[in-house]
Write a protein that binds this ligand. Structure first.
Ligand SMILES: NC(=O)c1ccc[n+]([C@@H]2O[C@H](COP(=O)([O-])OP(=O)(O)OC[C@H]3O[C@@H](n4cnc5c(N)ncnc54)[C@H](O)[C@@H]3O)[C@@H](O)[C@H]2O)c1
Ligand SMILES: NCCCC=O
Length: 224
């Protein structure tokens, strides 16, 4: 299948960024074994930069840009990302994974449904915020405040690259967290879509790379 392979870098703080150690990995089409491009390979140094960017995204403008924005505001971004349906994404997944185009196309439909599902949950959060809890003693008042847990690392496998990423990205963003996504050894076009919808910078970074070099430092990154 002939399709131009976009040349991308790591997606950090809203920008395509060269990995600090300048490592790259070839992309091999499994059905032809041809090298069809290369992707940047993140290391611990890049993970640190992305985590810092994510922390800033959560506190910028006193949190109002993301973490304490209403669920409805975050849902707008999720729906905007879902609306940026890109027909070339299914083709890219097929040349990247070596699987039938029909399966990749079905995955793209699932990606959109997943964003819409979590957008609806994000909208529902607003009505549940500060829900009162009834207590036996009238002198006391209690209510539930739902808060995002903070910066999260998301590590996903190779065989449904975008769909499996979205299963984690959509609920994370809906809840108001910021995320560092470590896809398998594939580079996701998701970063470009985030730029197109003006997702607040740092809310989602994408660091492809090898498991031990990029996944392990993300999984073991100390909490703030
Ligand atoms: N992919 C699936 O659909 C699927 C389904 C059921 C079970 N599994 C099981 O999941 C496991 C992983 O298989 P896979 O094919 O999904 O693997 P994969 O090679 O796609 O790896 C999954 C992710 O883990 C990362 N990783 C690898 N080593 C790491 C490390 N040391 N620290 C942090 N991250 C690391 C990889 O880079 C990748 O992002 C296997 O045990 C497999 O049997 C996978
Ligand atoms: N339909 C996609 C299933 C993904 C793996 O469990």
């Amino acid at each position: 299948m002939a399709i131009p392979i976009p040349s991308r870098q790591l997606f950090i703080n809203g920008n395509w960024t060269e990995p600090l150690l300048k490592k790259h990995i070839p992309i091999i089409n499994p059905s032809t074994e041809e090298i069809i491009g290369d992707i940047p390979a993140a290391t611990a140094e890049d993970v640190d930069v992305a985590v810092e960017a994510a922390r800033r995204a959560l506190t910028r403008n006193k949190g109002k840009d993301w973490a304490t924005a209403s669920g409805a505001v975050r849902a707008k971004y999720l729906r905007a990302i879902a609306a940026k349906r890109k027909p070339e994404l299914a083709k890219l997944e097929t040349v990247d994974c070596g699987k039938p185009l029909k399966e990749s196309e079905a995955d793209m439909d699932d990606v959109i449904s997943c964003f819409e599902y979590y957008a609806e949950l994000a909208e529902g959060l607003d009505a549940k915020q500060k829900a009162p809890i009834s207590l036996p003693l009238k002198a006391f008042k209690s209510h539930v405040i739902k808060e995002p847990i903070g910066v999260v690392g998301l590590i996903v496998p190779w065989n449904h690259p975008l769909l499996m990423a979205i299963w984690k990205v959509a609920p994370t963003l809906a809840a108001g967290c910021a995320a560092i996504l470590k896809p398998s050894e594939t580079c996701l076009e998701l970063g470009e879509v985030c730029r197109e919808v003006d997702l607040p910078v740092g809310v989602l970074s994408i660091l492809p790379g090898l498991g031990p070099e990029a996944g392990a430092p993300l999984a073991s990154h100390p909490p703030c």
